[in-house]
Design a binder for this molecule. Structure first.
Ligand SMILES: C[S@@+](CC[C@H](N)C(=O)[O-])C[C@H]1O[C@@H](n2cnc3c(N)ncnc32)[C@H](O)[C@@H]1O
Length: 212
């Protein structure tokens, strides 16, 4: 039984029933980590892209973005928003399950997973596939609700099964971790308006040092 929460239909419903489920603002860690990274026309993969806030920001920075999500409704919105922002020509959307999506080896300069909450085995597959898609010198960036957020943070999924840590991401890579330099692997605090304590996010940033 999968621990994925919720499934594609539920996400389609969620995206259909409101103007914008998430903000249009890119995630703060995505901006912090990537603002000074030169895209040089490179390709970026955004797995679980949703309504595309991060994909659109990346496209605005000059990346050519492939946004993957199993919600066609979310990706339709991402496409509309990208067109409205004038960067539709730098966004390709792919409706697929991230567990099945297998990028060509070394075909991206950046792979991003942002709040993609999956059960352990699905996460391992998605992280490994994403990592294999990154070329030497490229980056893997994972942002998630940290496991500690359940007891000590604010918001986020309330099931421990779909929470993880930056260390879990490193462990997912197994022996392939030897091909990566770990730039950051930590818990980071994200202020939440009106909440008495911050949300706790897992942040993993790795640079591929050797071809896979
Ligand atoms: C919390 S939203 C985050 C969206 C986006 N990354 C962001 O930060 O705004 C999680 C997204 O992951 C997608 N998702 C969850 N499980 C997935 C799977 N197995 N395959 C593809 N997409 C998935 C959902 O449809 C949803 O759009």
């Amino acid at each position: 039984m999968s621990t994925r929460t919720p499934g594609a239909d539920a996400w389609d419903d969620r995206y259909s029933s409101s103007e914008l489920v998430w903000t249009l603002e890119p995630n703060r860690w995505v901006v912090e980590v990537l603002a000074d990274v030169e895209p040089a026309g490179g390709r970026a993969l955004d797995l679980g892209a949703g309504e595309g806030r991060n994909s659109i920001w990346l496209a605005q920075q000059g990346w050519h973005v492939e946004a993957v999500d199993f919600s066609a409704v979310g990706l339709d919105r991402a496409r509309q928003l990208a067109d409205a922002a004038g960067v539709g020509d730098r966004l390709v959307t792919v409706v697929d399950d991230v567990v099945d999506f297998t990028p060509a080896p070394g075909s991206f300069a950046l792979a991003l997973l942002c709040y993609l909450q999956l059960g352990q085995s699905e996460r391992l597959t998605a992280v490994r596939n994403a990592a294999r898609g990154v070329a030497a010198g490229g980056l893997l960036l994972v942002v998630a609700h940290d496991s500690s957020n359940l007891e000590q943070g604010t918001g986020g999924p309330q099931s421990a099964d779909v929470l993880y840590t930056a260390q879990d991401v490193l462990a997912d890579l197994g022996s392939e971790l030897a091909d990566w330099e770990v730039l950051r692997a930590e818990v980071v605090e994200r202020p939440v308006e009106g909440a008495s304590r911050p949300a706790l996010d897992a942040l993993a940033v790795l640079r591929r040092t050797a071809a896979g």
